[in-house]
Design a protein around this ligand. Structure first.
Ligand code: SAM
Ligand code: SF4
Length: 340
């Protein structure tokens, strides 16, 4: 447990986490747990072995790291992820804790969830100051949803989306597309999101699954997604922004995104870093290893060591996705550990 003065934000002028390519890190994703109540085929092992609980950082320790990223290094946005972040006890409390970092430059706190527990927590999350929630939704067919998520209940997730909107939380949808698994769902998902007025992004299947299912031919590409949608909508491509997705305007007003990490990577503009629940810092989704931050704060905080490890991790950030990454052995560092 950190003492009070150890967990207080560092009050210095922020400098920047800048890598060798001039990219400045503004966004931090914090994985609250590697555990999940789903077994999505593109993410989880069929029989996952969870990390031991004692290696997981406490919410106070995670908050301390977040405070250094924000107050010392100018990070502006934090997204909570997992595993399933709503399985971590105290997740809404953690959102409130992060709220205090707004005085130090934090502008946005959001959360990515599979939605199964969202109906239960939506109100509390909204009251805690959460700015928005991304919900994964890969199919609107109950059977296919059950199959893709390894047992998920579509009705629960749709209830979660309704509850979040009722609580006033802005909702966005993410759908991973795998050829031969759910690519036929693309038109229905787009039509549903369009009618409901909920922003939707399709995500190309990345080689970060823990089952070794990925192969280049399973990637349903941005171009193919757009070609399918052109049958139902008038589509106008929008200029690329700093966001990871390419955006298109459907029928002149609905903004739909595609995150095409494989066919059209945004790595050259990447401004995000990832912290795992056990305190490893990954400067890139495709880094084979993370930098250990835990030993710089446990049992006591060594601020100098911590900051130098953070800076070194970012300095060594790789250029991003290259085809050779696709065949590397991910070991246990799959998406459920990294948080997407
Ligand atoms: N459990 C939460 C959820 O499902 O939204 C948060 C964690 S999940 C790892 C974060 C994001 O990563 C989700 O949008 C998920 O669809 C995406 N994801 C997981 N594995 C992926 C893969 N192999 N390729 C592309 N996206 C993936
Ligand atoms: Fe769990 Fe999210 Fe991974 Fe699905 S994508 S298994 S919901 S962490």
């Amino acid at each position: 447990m950190l003492s009070d003065n150890q967990s207080a934000p560092v009050r210095t002028q922020p400098s920047q986490l800048r890598d060798r390519f001039g990219r400045i890190m503004k966004k931090l994703r914090i994985s609250l747990t590697d555990r999940c109540n789903f077994r999505c085929v593109y993410c989880m092992p069929e029989s996952p072995v969870w990390g031991p609980r004692d290696v997981v950082l406490s919410l106070e320790e995670l908050h301390h790291l977040a405070s250094v990223f924000v107050a010392r290094f100018g990070v502006e946005q934090i997204r909570l992820t997992g595993g399933e972040p709503l399985l971590r006890s105290g997740a809404p409390r953690f959102v409130s804790m992060l709220h205090g970092l707004r005085a130090h430059g934090l502008r946005r706190v959001s959360l990515s969830t599979n939605g199964a527990l969202l109906a239960r927590y939506a109100r509390e999350l909204a009251d805690s100051g959460l700015d928005g929630v991304n919900v994964s939704l890969d199919s609107l067919s109950p059977d296919r949803f059950h199959q893709v998520t390894g047992g998920g209940d579509l009705r629960e997730v749709l209830r979660g989306i309704d509850s979040a909107r009722e609580a006033g939380l802005p909702v966005k949808l993410n759908a991973v597309v795998m050829r031969g698994t759910n690519d036929t769902e693309i038109p229905a998902l787009a039509a549903w999101a369009y009618r409901a007025g909920i922003p939707l992004r399709f995500i190309e299947f990345m080689p970060l699954d823990s089952r070794g299912l990925w192969s280049a031919d399973k990637v349903f590409t941005e171009r193919e997604i757009v070609a399918l949608l052109e049958r139902d909508f008038e589509i106008e491509p929008l200029a690329r922004t700093e966001e990871p997705a390419s955006y298109y305007l459907l029928n002149g007003h609905f903004r739909l995104g595609v995150i095409s990490t494989i066919s059209n990577p945004f790595c050259a503009r990447c401004d995000r870093v990832r912290l795992t629940a056990d305190g490893r810092l990954f400067a890139c989704l495709f880094s084979p290893t993370g930098v250990d931050l835990k030993s710089a704060i446990r049992p006591t905080v060594n601020s100098e060591l911590l900051e130098s490890r953070m800076e070194a991790a970012i300095r060594n950030k790789s250029p991003g996705f290259v085809e050779s990454s696709a065949s590397m052995d991910r070991g246990t560092v799959g998406m459920h550990v990294l948080g997407g």
